[in-house]
Design a protein around this ligand. Structure first.
Ligand code: 5RP
Length: 226
């Protein structure tokens, strides 16, 4: 029987913890795939007694890790991070990615850029030849965010303010999220540089030249790409 997307996420979440060694400081990403990874890590901590420090990239992940007795520290309280394991919304052939579907890309990028190694875990639906089919998230400060939205619209980037139940979606830093519906991103580095220069934009969701390993959930088992 065909595996569901959720089963593929579970498969890669479980496979990823094989890369975690005793004594490591591990960046813990955010999202439904990472949730399976944190569950599997909690199991290793409980059953094998491995010692790790988790550095969570969201309040959600921090609460989950704590509930599983995985010791956690904030990114400012560690002197290094050995490996960060995170999900992604879209990954191109050359391992560039879009993140932020869960509104956590600012903290995720802070942890990722302070990590010696970075791994993404995804089901195969996240792979694409060229980035852009997933809307590109921007974290923006609330003050002036409507003006930022207008400027993005004028540039032709088809922005929408992310709302839920008539209210702004808030990040863990209490910021708003604007999604750019681009369809195709021809020059991700140039776009990233342009967006991050806009006043009011705190972080954008292109994760470029950051990742070393991707584990892809396939119906016949997880595939490790390096
Ligand atoms: C959160 C993220 C997530 O990693 C991304 O949205 C993937 O999530 P999921 O595993 O639920 O598909 O970037 O901001």
């Amino acid at each position: 029987m065909a595996m569901t997307q959720d089963e593929l996420k579970q498969q890669v979440g479980q496979r990823a913890v094989d890369f975690i060694e005793d004594g490591m400081v591990v960046g813990l990403g955010t999202g439904s795939t990472v949730k399976y990874m944190v569950d599997a890590l909690g199991k290793r901590v409980a059953e094998e007694g491995i010692h790790v420090i988790g550095v969570p990239t969201s309040d959600r992940t921090r609460e989950q890790a704590k509930s599983l007795n995985i010791p956690v520290k904030d990114v400012d309280d560690v002197d290094h991070i050995d490996l960060t394991i995170d999900g992604a919304d879209e990954i191109s052939d050359d391992f560039q990615g879009i993140k932020g579907g869960g509104a956590a890309h600012l903290w995720e990028k802070i942890v990722a850029t302070n990590s010696t190694k970075n791994m993404w875990i995804v089901d195969e639906s996240k792979l694409s030849h060229k980035l852009g089919s997933f809307p590109l998230p921007l974290e923006v400060i609330p003050y002036g965010s409507s003006q930022v939205l207008k400027k993005l619209a004028a540039k032709g980037y088809n922005p929408t303010m992310r709302m839920r139940d008539g209210k702004h979606v808030l990040t863990d830093s209490q910021n708003y999220v604007i999604d750019l519906h681009l369809n195709e991103i021809d020059h991700p580095h140039e776009l990233a540089a342009e967006l991050i220069q806009m006043v009011g934009v705190v972080e954008q969701g292109l994760f470029l030249d950051l990742v070393n390993t991707v584990i892809v959930g396939r119906p016949d088992g997880p595939e490790v790409l390096k």
